[in-house]
Design a protein around this ligand. Sequence first.
Ligand code: NAP
Length: 305
Amino acid sequence: MAKIKLAIVGLGKIARDQHLPSLAASDDFELVGVASPHNALDGVPSFEDLASLLDAVTAIDAVSLCTTPQVRYEIARLALERGLHVLLEKPPGATVSEVVALAELAKARKVALFASWHSRHAAAVEPARAWLAARQIRSVTVNWKEDVRVWHPGQAWIWKAGGLGVFDPGINALSILTRILPYPLLLQSAELRFPSNCQTPIAATLEFRGATRMELDFLHPGPPCWDIDVDTEAGRLSLSKGGSEMRLNNEPMSVPHRREYPGLYARFADLVRRGSTDVDTAPLQLVADAFLSGQRVEVAPFVEP
Ligand code: NAP
């Protein structure tokens, strides 16, 4: 089968860390171009923006949008209007309405749109979903904490409106929860802690119906903590390391070998071949709910070291 000719838009950290290696190892895709305002890739035609790339590179089937979320909608719309299949990095947009509009456009144009949630491809997520499907869930505790100074150095966009702040990693936890829990999550209350010099929160506490609590912290020193514990009538299921490891009542469980980004691209290839969409806005909707109804507390300014 012919390879899908794909360009990357936004050659930043995640594009270099995950997208390029996954594409290089993929039998489904061939990288034919890059569009990024201040970055180019040796040996690959590189342009400042998608419009210039599309003028110069005509043999192209798909794009992966690895930009910051604030600029994603306009670029995605251009790509879909040109009949290209589109993969959106998470979060799929700056607003829920943007993402819904893109899904409608993709359907009208009969091209693939994949609002990807990379954490859903972590090894233990599907085993956890299968185990929980038949269980009575009593409570859920999420601790999603990392040091922004280590994981996002110099990324000023995270602190601007639409950048999500601590919800940039926190939405990964929500993408897992909304996949593994056999019922929809409904926000009950939230406290969002905003540094006095930032438009987005640096920490948050969320309470959902069904005894579900989430603690997010972007100033967590030392190793990151990306953990979910689900207490059921049959004991505790624990996911750790961002959904890659699973324990039942503290006993490690073996899970299939699965890596996030290769799985994500395998799913995108399948959607492209079928001209189909996979757009679940639930994680972004919950973040929007927290911004909509959460209490705002001002904390000390964030200063990049
Ligand atoms: P980043 O390192 O700041 O890279 C973002 C890139 O977007 C920049 O390289 C920038 O290109 C590009 N960009 C900005 N405006 C653009 C435009 N109008 N057209 C084309 N490119 C544009 O950020 P990142 O960490 O890679 O994160 C990007 C997205 O991936 C975010 O939504 C994030 O949530 C998600 N993500 C990040 C990680 C991670 O570990 N960092 C993990 C998973 C998902 P120039 O530099 O050329 O200006």
